[in-house]
Design a protein around this ligand. Structure first.
Ligand code: NDP
Ligand code: 8X3
Length: 254
């Protein structure tokens, strides 16, 4: 059953990976979209393709989610109620241990994954409370459930997303606004290319021989979570490829 047709879905980080796959799948169900990310040309191309293919309304806005003023200006410009907010924009940088990690990389991850997500929730949630409906879906990670070596700050940001999801659920207690999190393991997107700063061979090696999750796999779950009846709130889903059993237990087929 499609309960989402005609709803407005705002997706952060829609230029690539999970966010882009979400845009495509929500569009297929007849949702109108608000798409964000920094890479304007990608947003323009995706918006044009989806509005043409599905006859939906697509609004796009290119800005850096770390910039609070830009976020505010963008949200102030939205003219329709947002039904679903997918807080997806995020990244990991590096795998250095705590004793030699880059403070600059740490700040980028914290400012994007934690403060950016908080900013968007702060700005969008009052409208949802006012309309007494809506759904906030945060991209967590298995790294928000289990910390691993070389992930000190990325894991901290995703543990923060778990805490933010739990607090948001409780802050909105008594309203009809739903709050959820989806927590994937290894998904092959541009995530590792960004993490390894353009070392694509190293990025490819992360997924070698494991039949990793795809962005489409995770988008299907996000759409499933959003498409439950209005009284059903899925709080978290932990999803791994079958070849992964923990951050470091990854079985590679020959
Ligand atoms: P991608 O690198 O493919 O996509 C990341 C998206 O985030 C891009 O659209 C990017 O857009 C956006 N983004 C990053 N930084 C900013 C910023 N400062 N301002 C605005 N947008 C930004 O990675 P994924 O699709 O894999 O990642 C999406 C989410 O899923 C992240 O939160 C990630 O932590 C999470 N996740 C990923 C997993 C994986 O294994 N891939 C597993 C678990 C969770 P642009 O560069 O155009 O700004
Ligand atoms: C991304 C999954 O294991 O690369 O959140 O940290 S992992």
């Amino acid at each position: 059953m499609n309960r989402l047709s005609g709803k407005t879905v705002l997706i952060t980080g829609a230029t690539s990976g999970i966010g882009k796959a979400c845009a495509e799948q929500f569009a297929e169900l007849g949702c109108n979209l608000i798409l964000t990310g920094r890479r304007e040309e990608r947003l323009r191309s995706l918006s044009g393709d989806l509005s043409e293919q599905y006859g939906i309304q697509v609004v796009m806005a290119a800005f850096d989610i770390r910039d609070h003023e830009a976020c505010k200006e963008f949200v102030d410009s939205i003219e329709v109620p947002v039904d679903v907010l997918v807080n997806n924009a995020g990244l990991a940088l590096g795998v250095d241990p705590v004793q030699s990690g880059s403070i600059e990389d740490w700040n980028t991850m914290i400012d994007t994954n934690v403060k950016g997500l908080l900013t968007m929730t702060r700005l969008i949630s009052p409208g949802m409370i006012k309309q007494n409906s809506g759904h906030i879906i945060n991209l967590g990670s298995t790294a928000g459930h289990e910390a691993y070596p070389g992930g000190v700050t990325y894991c901290a940001t995703k543990h923060a997303v778990k805490a933010i999801t739990e607090s948001t659920k409780k802050d909105l207690h008594g309203t009809k606004v739903r709050v959820s999190m989806v927590s994937p393991g290894l998904v092959e997107t541009e995530f590792s290319n960004i993490r390894f700063k353009g070392d694509d061979d190293r990025a490819d090696s992360v997924y070698k021989g494991i039949d990793p999750l795809t962005a489409e796999d995770i988008a299907e779950i996000i759409v499933f979570v959003a498409n439950r009846p209005a009284h059903v709130d899925i709080i978290d889903t932990i999803v791994m490829p079958v070849n992964q059993s923990s951050a470091q237990m990854v079985y590679r087929d020959e």
